[in-house]
Design a protein around this ligand. Sequence first.
Ligand code: CTP
Length: 396
Amino acid sequence: MRIVLGVGGGIAAYKACEVASRLTQDGHTVHVVMTETARRFVAPLTFEALTHQPVGVAVDDQPVGPLSHVRLAREAEALVVAPLTADLLSRFAQGRADDLLTAVYLGARCPVIVAPAMETEMWTHPATVRNAERLRADGVVFVGPEAGRLASGASGPGRMADPARIVAAVRRLFVPQDLRGLRILVTAGPTWEFFDPVRLLSNPSTGAMGVALAEAARDRGAVVTLVHGPLRVPVPEGVAACPIVSALDLERVAGELFDAQDVVISAAAVSDFRPARRASEKMKKGDRPSLLWEVVPNPDVLAGLGARKRPDQILVGFAAETSDHVRRAVEKMRAKHVDLMVANRVEAGRGFGPGPAEAWLVWPDGRVEPARGDKTAVAARILDAVRDLHAERAAG
Ligand code: CTP
């Protein structure tokens, strides 16, 4: 996609470098257009190096050839302005065209996303409030501002949204909103089962699969809750995160949230067992090993949800298998009353972490479909299947 990134003259202009970099890494062609003041904060060369595209500033600059303001405006598939200063906001609201960026804004008919950044007094001034209302009425999407530390050192509303949030808003523009409004709970990561304050029973799950699912569902418009054990990947922005530690925590939290969900995807690698006793003090080498290793089974969280699910709810399970993947997945699907099973090939060092996944989607009617690629690709295929199941249910 072709994106114009407008950069206003505020200290947050340095964070626009990260926005430019991330959008470029997402595969977009990014044309940066700066205001004169922005150029005093960050050199155009920085953006040129990040985007590999020429940067424009003055109204008669021609970064993409003659009539650049017209070409940039016509060809842009999104206009992102970060930071949006109070002055720039006011000039947009008035429909001025006194530099390249305002001229592009006026000519653009694509979606416009703005990330305001200014001192609290300026953001809350009635003039700024009026200008922001006018832009919103014109269809402009605002990301932030957030409350936090400002250029003056004071703290309050006016801080530019995090670059990741701005990029996520851009991503949403280009992703079909085919899960809009669906409430999806994803469980992710391992559980930790402590047998004394410093030792535990667990597995090598990083949470990457569940996090990929949560992110993709969020981008497609779902309202996502992520109930997660200790993760080795970051919790995505824009999802409600509920951290848990043990299988019993997971059972309690998922159980409490279950009724409010349309879909539950159980990607957590739940420890099947927990120590029979948890010592309050660190165990000593000399303590009897038989006491150390005695374990009891954990509840099967997915089976518990399967037993109480309403007919309109969709339950997706994973089957981590080292062999006989599909047959075992079918058995688990039946036993746990699941609507879609993802058979995952796991072995030492494979199937965990951000690398490629080897999986099969298995439906109760006997259909089996391979889903290969990285976890993002597999997550996208799983969510397609969830969307189709939901549509079938809605159709009766
Ligand atoms: N699961 C669960 N609670 C457990 C164990 C598993 O909710 N105590 C869920 C997992 O999140 C997954 C599915 O059940 O969606 C299958 O997990 P898996 O570990 O493959 O299978 P198990 O049922 O534990 O069977 P086994 O260990 O015998 O292969």
